[in-house]
Design a protein around this ligand. Structure first.
Ligand SMILES: [Zn+2]
Ligand SMILES: [Zn+2]
Length: 437
């Protein structure tokens, strides 16, 4: 038997060569060895759950929580309203007072902030609505005119982004200027979504000077043992509040944590990825679960600009099935997995003209081959990669929505294997159902 626990984790997909999904390898091995594959999760990926309810997999449900753990109370705070009454800090009044109270009562808290969504989207300052692609219903990603070669971090994102630029959809390549008016409330102002863990640390020091913090993210855990060291220090109550990225959501048990705050639940929703809702649901569920391990009843505060968002609502009641029912409809109507596969082809070259020629050629080949096969396909591109020029190489993308049958896989294998049409300056990469675009 091969068990894949927390099967929804994106880390099961390798984005570097060899690019593969662990599930696929497990499936093939199980077929060859006549073994059993077991996928386990409290928040399965939409694709796996779809297979389970359509009878491709066998669904086994566990209906009781382990060790009688209770669900914490979940409070959703509306950060737009907070701003409306003059609270410009990153903490809602509610969360700030709870943090202060926790300190008095010698309890600990975890503040969770997902940093991965930092640079993506812009939202209306009035109604909080994010600008979405009209074709794909995912958040449009903001690109400044300046072609950015350096990585944007959460803390410099605002400065870099605040010039005028374009919004782009990473799936179909649709591009538009930042609109003049919000299409749902006609407001004229937009803001860039996001702030980082460092800002959070600074704000807490300003607002709640008595409350000590410890931070856990990719920057503070570069050393081999730092992860354990930070967790150990927090367990020893050397800090009142643990601030962190997704790392803090993973199965730790902190008996004196009774409060969990999710700083900007929207950040995860608007990453411009079709799985944004799925990931948000899964992460929120895990974070909320952190507050339910203590002997005293826990409280989770979800801060958001979109309090009525369905994903946030379903996560707050931990209702996976309703979430699934809603989300699978969206996938179906905008044609995203599990109703198709997504193939990302990247052509990169030090020679811009050669790159253009090769990527145009690949697009033609794809159109012809799919027509020959009479297989349905939607091909987009070639369009510039989000970071167009990187380390002296220009990069363009083609995105294909299709069904990865063995005949279709052969088409891509041939394209990948045929190096006759370009020089060594150029390279091609093909990724099936990539993690991020
Ligand atoms: Zn608006
Ligand atoms: Zn689109």
């Amino acid at each position: 038997m091969i068990v894949i626990d927390e099967e929804q984790e994106h880390t099961y997909k390798s984005d570097t060569n060899p690019k593969y999904l662990a599930h696929d390898i497990a499936r093939y091995r199980c077929r060859d060895e006549k073994a059993l594959m077991l996928l386990a999760s409290a928040t399965p990926s939409l694709t796996s759950y779809y297979k389970a309810v359509s009878g491709i997999y066998t669904l086994v449900k566990m209906t009781k929580r382990y060790g009688n753990a209770t669900l914490p109370e979940v409070i959703i705070t509306d950060m737009h309203k907070e701003k409306g009454v003059g609270n410009t800090s990153v903490f809602s009044t509610r969360l700030a007072s709870m943090l202060a109270k926790g300190k008095e009562e010698d309890k600990q808290a975890i503040l969770f902030l997902n940093r991965r969504g930092y640079h993506s989207s812009i939202s209306c300052t009035e109604c909080g609505k994010v600008v979405e692609c009209p074709n794909c219903s995912v958040a449009m990603t903001y690109h400044s005119y300046k072609r950015i070669e350096e990585d944007i971090t959460a803390d410099n994102a605002y400065e870099i982004m605040s010039g005028s630029g374009v919004l782009r959809c990473h799936y179909c390549g649709y591009q538009t200027r930042v609109p003049r008016l919000c299409n749902s409330c006609n407001n004229e102002h937009f803001e860039y979504v996001g702030f980082g863990t460092q800002k959070l640390e600074r704000d807490i020091a300003e607002l709640l000077p008595g409350v000590s913090t410890i931070r856990m993210d990719a920057d503070t855990t570069t050393q081999k043992s730092s992860y354990e060291r930070i967790l150990g220090a927090f367990l020893n109550k050397e800090a009142d509040v643990l601030i962190g990225t997704q790392m803090v959501t993973k199965g730790h048990n902190f008996p004196s944590v009774t409060l969990v705050g999710v700083m900007l639940a929207d950040m995860m929703l608007y990453t411009g990825d079709y799985r944004a809702s799925e990931r948000t649901f899964s992460m929120l569920t895990q974070v909320i679960g952190r507050a339910g391990r203590a002997r005293d009843k826990g409280i989770a505060v979800i801060q958001t600009n979109s309090p009525s968002d369905r994903t946030i609502q379903y996560a707050s009641t931990q209702d996976y099935e309703e979430f699934y029912k809603n989300e699978i409809q969206i996938r179906k109507s905008y044609l995203f997995p599990p109703f198709c596969d997504i193939v990302l082809i990247t052509v990169s070259s030090t020679d811009e003209r050669e790159m253009n020629r090769v990527s145009d050629g690949i697009l033609n080949t794809i159109r012809n081959k799919f027509t020959e096969l009479n297989a349905p396909c939607m091909a987009y591109g070639p369009f510039e990669a989000p970071v167009y020029r990187y380390q002296g190489r220009y990069r363009k993308r083609i995105i294909v929505k299709c069904k990865l049958t063995s005949a279709v896989r052969t088409i891509f294998a041939e394209i990948y294997g045929d190096k006759s049409k370009y020089t060594q300056r150029t390279g091609i990469s093909i990724d099936f159902n990539p993690n991020n675009l």
